[in-house]
Design a protein around this ligand. Structure first.
Ligand SMILES: Cc1cc2nc3c(=O)[nH]c(=O)nc-3n(C[C@H](O)[C@H](O)[C@H](O)COP(=O)(O)O)c2cc1C
Length: 345
């Protein structure tokens, strides 16, 4: 009988197209699967119905293995005072755009749940990956019973060991270079987190399960270096952001392909949790880390109003221009061409 690990081992390329909520849908998943990588579908911003629809679309396009990605944060209790402080902090910008600051609700990102498990179980997705730890032990057990391979991100050696002890089958070592949200879940000290070259070999030596390398990998040298350091595969995100199949906005793509992309920072302004993005006006003026940004994910709605107003004026000043540190090869091309370039000899 094949083990769930064979899902990864039988891929044409040891590559996971990183799940990237907000900038991709199932079209990138499908393109990555068809090109021989593990295509990922980010589900954190999708409803149960949308996830089911996307699974159907992927399954009708390819027989290849795919990865469904979920967040496992705990939603904070509603906190009107924290929202009021955040809106007060953003008020000068609301005034600048002539917007009224009403109380925005929600955060647009929901954690993995029993309802989601009920909906996806009939499909027995080959791979589930998690960000911010793992769901409850009951859910982990349920997922294992139906046979999905479980992946999760670690930003420290301690997190990798915790994930191994709590049911992960594969660790994604997320170096500090990586674009988007940091996956930390044991403590939120960014000082404890390391670049991939330091983190990866330490995690490889500390756990017995396979390790995938993520963060700053954008060409075949990066892939080879990660494999040399003991990774069984790589997870690449930023390089796919300018691919034809991604839904990245024109403003975001333009920034990724400009000199502006040389300067990224970890900012909590767009969600309440540190995530790496290209420095823009709002990061320069309020960040990168602002004490008034409310708990993840509730910082999002208030700043999204500004983002929409600025983007209408063709400006990315208030947009989350998520990006890793390595944008050297970001260019308009197909996902297949990205994937082949990471492995051709
Ligand atoms: C725009 C963007 C969105 C992301 N969204 C998610 C997500 O929804 N789930 C997740 O597990 N990781 C997410 N990540 C992190 C990636 O999984 C991965 O760690 C990272 O892209 C690897 O570094 P790189 O961007 O330098 O290739 C995101 C990254 C980016 C750039």
């Amino acid at each position: 009988m094949s083990s769930p690990l064979d899902t990864l081992i039988t891929l044409k390329y040891p590559l996971i197209q990183a799940p990237m909520a907000g900038v991709q849908n199932e079209q990138l998943t499908i393109a990555a699967c068809k090109a021989g990588a593990l295509g990922s579908l980010p589900c954190a911003m999708l409803s149960v119905e949308q996830v089911v629809q996307a699974i159907e679309t992927v399954r009708s396009a390819t027989d290849a293995a795919y990865n469904l990605n979920f967040f496992c944060h705990t939603l904070p209790a509603p906190n009107e005072a924290a929202q009021a402080r955040w809106l007060a902090c953003l008020k000068p910008y609301y005034d600048e755009f002539g917007l009224s600051a009403e109380s925005p609700q929600g955060g647009g990102r929901t954690p993995f749940s029993d309802a989601m498990a009920d909906a996806i179980e009939p499909y027995r997705p080959p791979v589930l990956s998690f960000h911010f730890g793992l769901p409850s032990q009951l859910l982990v057990k349920r997922i294992k019973n139906w046979g999905s391979l479980i992946l999760s991100s670690a930003t420290t050696v301690e997190e990798a060991q915790w994930l191994e002890a709590n049911g992960a089958d594969v660790i994604i070592a997320q170096g500090l270079e990586a674009g988007g949200h940091r996956g930390h879940f044991i403590n939120d000290s960014l000082d404890d987190q390391m670049g991939l070259f330091a983190l990866l070999p330490q995690i490889v030596d500390a756990v017995a399960i396979p390790v995938i390398a993520a963060g700053g990998i954008a060409d075949k040298r990066g892939v080879q270096a990660a494999l040399q350091l003991g990774a069984r595969g790589v997870q690449v995100g930023t390089r796919f952001l300018t691919s034809h199949e991604a839904t990245t906005s024109t403003i975001h793509k333009r920034a990724l392909m400009s000199k502006q992309a040389q300067h990224t920072q970890l900012t909590n302004l767009f969600s309440g949790r540190p995530a790496r993005g290209i420095v823009n006006r709002v990061i320069r003026e309020l960040g990168p880390l602002n004490e008034y940004a409310p708990a993840f994910p509730t910082a999002t709605p208030a700043i999204t109003t500004l983002r929409a107003a600025a983007e209408k004026q063709n400006s990315g000043d208030f947009s989350p221009l998520w990006s890793g540190e390595n944008t050297q090869y970001c260019r308009e091309e197909s996902a297949q061409s990205v994937i082949e370039s990471l492995f051709d000899h």
